[in-house]
Every structure is written in structure tokens, then in C-alpha cells.
Write a protein that binds this ligand. Structure first.
Ligand code: 9WN
Length: 429
């Protein structure tokens, strides 16, 4: 008798619906994270989106990254947001807050001055691999590589501490805006924005799901301080300075991808050595008692001792020292892999845990995708498949929600969210 055929057949709903979301949110050269709430191009969103878009149109996936790389600053930074013209009232802070055209060395287009996590080189490699012929024909990697190298150089030269780890100067830079891990560093920031906090986001999302006004006061005050220093890292006295394990893990994975890209281009470079040095430095963030990596506040020099999703992302780093303990934490009561919905963004047992407020507990699809890759890195193919399948099912069922209640699976945030569509698609074609 023949073996039962258990091969996963991609769900037609997922593939066609996710493609539709990506087409709806495409703006000619890039994709918005969601129409309404996020009307511009975001940095790490674009990289995640390109990873899914490569299955629909490798050329569009290349353009997605190229348009972001086209907004690179002279110092190599890739900006958190590239602003679409004529949409200044729709998102705050927008182009009229940043006035990037007044800052020497800024991009040729209006952008924010902050950055986001460096997942771009990883995405560029995946986009190339989807259609190497088209990529070579368009000289995609030849053009992207020097810009990606300059981006990593920016992190190394302008944003690294003595240990070689990059620091972020704003919660937005971590991509996990209101994680409880930023509560203490943020509480120590004295500035406020004078109570006049524009919140166009609340036209599109429930007030209980977004960061609070008090947090927004700090966010805007920090951004204004950085902007007023010309976004110059050598002079900006940044009252928020945090080293983050998730940012570091993505940097390492991207540095390794740069190594592969250099090989493809026949360029000799030391990306593997850089990745190894970063991997060693990452171990400084290990917290043995909590069983995960933790961010460190570089102002107070205090580790932020919480179990949060950022501390699990190092699973994507090859040859990690504490992989078994980290897997134990992912499976244990704090995140309950397989028993909670996707992976909660924060420790389920902690008093700060919140089922619906943004990065204080809800489960996100981008971190689930990173962890699928982490499980694969650890050789746990079955577990990776189960998480990937859950992502696909939950994405369709929630109409591609921005994030989910990790206990009930209820949809939260905006819908038809681009990276939810892109990353679920990536795991199902
Ligand atoms: C600020 C776009 C971005 C994501 C972030 C997510 C959220 C912005 C916001 O949306 O942040 O950058 O307005 O809250 O936290 O990860 O890149 O999708």
C-alpha cells in the first residue's frame, strides 16, 4: 500500500488573497504597509514586503527595495519612512515635521531621520534567489550591494558602542514601538511635546490598541531633539539609547546575506568575519535567568530584564551559543509556542502583558516569520511548518490583520496589512 500523501497543498485562498492585498497596497514603485493608517513607505516593512512580492513579481520586489535604497542618506542610513507627497495630514510625524530637505546629507526625497531594523540585505538576497536571471539582467545586486554595504557601515561607524553592537535612539527604530522593554528608558526621558500631540492614527485604529498619548509625547519630543541636532549622530545628545537583540540578530543575518551577495558578484569581502564578531558581541545580551536575550539601556547601563519577542529573534543566528535555552523559553509558559496564537510579543505571564495593545503582547506576523526561519536554522522543520501553516490560516481568517490577540486569535490593528500578506505568502508558495 502506498504511504498517505501528506504534502502541503498551498491554500488557493491565501495565495490569491495575499496577492490581492499586495496589489492594492502597491503605489507604483513601493508598497504602503496599509492604506489609511500608514500612507508612506516604511523601511523594514519594505524589506519584509519584498520577500513576499518576489513570488508575485520579482521585478516589483526589486523595485520595492530599490526605491528604499534610493532614499539613502549620504552617511549610509536608510530612513525609517520615505514620505509620499501630498499626504502630510494623514500621518504624524510627517514630512513637515522632519523637513529633511534642510538637513545636509539627507536623501533627495523627503524622509524621516530615524532608522529601522536592518533586514534589507537578507531580503535582497531572497529577492535575487527568486529569479536570478531577471536579477542579473537588471543588475539588481550590482546596484544594491554598495548601498547595502554603506547602510551596514553606517550602523558600524555611527551607531555602535564599544562592544560593536548598534544602538537605537528612539523606540520607533526598534520597530517595536511601545514594548514594555522601553518603559524605563522612556520614563527617564525628560522632554515633552507640550500636550499638542496630533494623532491621525486614531482615525484608523482603536485607541486601546495604539501607543498612549503620554508615549506619543515622548516619541515626538525625542524625534524633535534628534531632528534639531541635524540627525547628526556625532553631536545628537540622545536621551534614549538602547541596544536591542532583535536589531542585532537581523543585522547578523543581513551581514551573512551580504557575504552571499558578494560571492555572487565575485567581490572579496569580510562579511562573514563581521557577522562572527557581531554574534560574539550579541552574547553580552544573554540573560541566563530569564533564558533569553535582553535589550540594554545604554544611558542607565541597565539591562531591561523582560522576556520579549526581540529577545527570541536571535534564533535566526547560526552557531548561537544559547540555542537550547532559547528554544526552551519559546516553548515554555512565557510564549507557549504551539499553544498560543503565533508567538506573543511579550511574556504571557508578566504583569505588563496586554492582549491587544500593539507590542505589549499581541502576536505579529513579521516576528512569527523570523521565528519560522529561526526554527529552520535549528533544524526543527516540523515545528517551522506548523507555525508557518498557522500564519497562513490566521492571515486569511483575520483579513490580513496587523496583529492578533495571542490567546483568542482576535484580529487587531489595521486590516489588509502588507507584511502579514507578504510573509504568509512567502511560506506558502
Ligand atoms: C512608527 C509600519 C510601522 C512598522 C512598525 C510598527 C508601526 C509606526 C507607528 O508601524 O510603527 O514607525 O506609527 O506606530 O510598530 O514596526 O514598521 O507598519
Amino acid at each position: 500500500a502506498s504511504e498517505p500523501d501528506t504534502e502541503e497543498i498551498p491554500s488557493p485562498d491565501l495565495v490569491s488573497e495575499a496577492t490581492r492585498v499586495l496589489m492594492e497596497n502597491w503605489r507604483g514603485l513601493y508598497t504602503v504597509p496599509a492604506s489609511g493608517l500608514y500612507p508612506h513607505q516604511w523601511s523594514w516593512d519594505s524589506a519584509f514586503i519584498a520577500v513576499g512580492l518576489r513570488h508575485v513579481s520579482p521585478r516589483r520586489a526589486q523595485q520595492e527595495l530599490e526605491s528604499l535604497l534610493g532614499a539613502q542618506w549620504a552617511d549610509g542610513r536608510l530612513p525609517q519612512i520615505v514620505f509620499a507627497s501630498g499626504r502630510d495630514d494623514e500621518y504624524s510625524p510627517g514630512a513637515s515635521f522632519w523637513r529633511s530637505e534642510l538637513i545636509p546629507g539627507s536623501a533627495p526625497v523627503p524622509t524621516a531621520g530615524l532608522i529601522q531594523p536592518p533586514n534589507h540585505a537578507w531580503a535582497a538576497l531572497l529577492v535575487h534567489e527568486a529569479d536570478p536571471e531577471e536579477s542579473r539582467r537588471r543588475r539588481f545586486l550590482d546596484r544594491a550591494y554598495p548601498r547595502l554595504v554603506a547602510w551596514h557601515e553606517y550602523l558600524r561607524r555611527r551607531r555602535s558602542d564599544e562592544a560593536g553592537l548598534a544602538f537605537t535612539v528612539h523606540p520607533w527604530e526598534t520597530g517595536m514601538d511601545n514594548s514594555p522593554a522601553w518603559d524605563a528608558p522612556l520614563a527617564a526621558v525628560r522632554g515633552t511635546f507640550g500636550g499638542n500631540v496630533p494623532r491621525p492614527d486614531l482615525r484608523h485604529a482603536d485607541v486601546t490598541e495604539r501607543p498612549s498619548n503620554a508615549e506619543y509625547e515622548k516619541y515626538l519630543s525625542l524625534a524633535a531633539t534628534y531632528r534639531d541636532a541635524g540627525c547628526d549622530d556625532s553631536v545628537a545628545a540622545t536621551p534614549f539609547r538602547v541596544t536591542d537583540p532583535g536589531v542585532t540578530a537581523l543585522w547578523i543575518r543581513s551581514e551573512l546575506a551580504l557575504g552571499r551577495i558578494a560571492e555572487e558578484l565575485g567581490i572579496e569581502a569580510d562579511h562573514a568575519d563581521r557577522a562572527a564578531a557581531l554574534t560574539e558581541a550579541l552574547e553580552d545580551l544573554w540573560d541566563a535567568e530569564l533564558g533569553c536575550y535582553v535589550p540594554v539601556d545604554r544611558v542607565s547601563c541597565e539591562p531591561q530584564r523582560f522576556r520579549s519577542i526581540t529577545g527570541l529573534l536571535p534564533l535566526i543566528v547560526p552557531d548561537l551559543l544559547h540555542v537550547d535555552e532559547l528554544l526552551g523559553t519559546l516553548h515554555g509558559e512565557h510564549f507557549r509556542l504551539g499553544r498560543s496564537v503565533l508567538v506573543p510579543s511579550f511574556d504571557l505571564t508578566a504583569p505588563e502583558f496586554d492582549t491587544s495593545r500593539y507590542w505589549r503582547g499581541p502576536a505579529w506576523f513579521n516576528t512569527a516569520w523570523v521565528l519560522v526561519n529561526g526554527l529552520l536554522e535549528c533544524g526543527l522543520e516540523t515545528e517551522a511548518r506548523v507555525l508557518a501553516d498557522t500564519m497562513g490560516a490566521r492571515a486569511v481568517e483575520s483579513d490580513f490583520a496587523e496583529y492578533l490577540d495571542p490567546i483568542t486569535g482576535a484580529a487587531h490593528g489595521t486590516r489588509r496589512f502588507s507584511w502579514t500578506a507578504a510573509l504568509s505568502l512567502d511560506l506558502h508558495v
